[in-house]
Write a protein of this length. Structure first.
Length: 157
């Protein structure tokens, strides 16, 4: 895990974007999505409904570790998180900020895996995804998030 505090660091990139119209609706994979500060991602089930969790983010590093523990590869989107970034372990501390292309988000909390992970990933997934299923965040600075955009951990206040 990288712990870098003095400046913003490019730690990876946006690998995938997914939204769903409702809780159990099929995911839609997008090349880009509009993120609106204080609201969420346009077209997503959380839009305007979750002030502390307007977007969910998971990393390929976390999915890889969980997949290794489970003995399977976890496909992007299987955890139903909105944004997948590469190569980092996401900080779990509320208040930490990430830049996703032109969008800035503030982590509000860990995104604990629910029972749905047993269906979307497979038996045992909920347990191995504990503290590896991503984070919830609020959107501070809106804009367009695109697959391929850099992801940066911003300095702690």
């Amino acid at each position: 895990m990288l712990l870098l505090e003095r400046a913003a660091y490019t730690l990876g990139m946006v690998e995938a974007i997914h939204i769903a119209a409702s809780k159990r609706a099929p995911l839609e994979s997008l090349d880009e999505v509009k993120a609106i500060a204080g609201e969420g991602l346009e077209g997503d089930r959380y839009f305007g409904r979750k002030p502390d969790g307007q977007v969910t983010i998971v990393s390929t590093a976390e999915l890889g570790a969980a997949g290794a523990a489970l003995g399977v590869e976890i496909p992007l989107g299987a955890t139903r998180r909105n944004i997948t970034v590469s190569d980092i372990y996401l900080p779990r501390e509320a208040g930490r900020r990430l830049r996703l292309g032109e969008v800035v988000v503030e982590i509000t909390r860990d995104c604990a895996p629910c029972e749905l992970m047993e269906e979307t990933v497979g038996p045992g997934a909920r347990a191995v995804l504990h503290e590896r299923a991503g984070v919830r965040a609020r959107i501070l600075q809106g804009g367009i998030v695109r697959v391929g955009d850099p992801s940066e951990l911003l300095p702690a206040d």
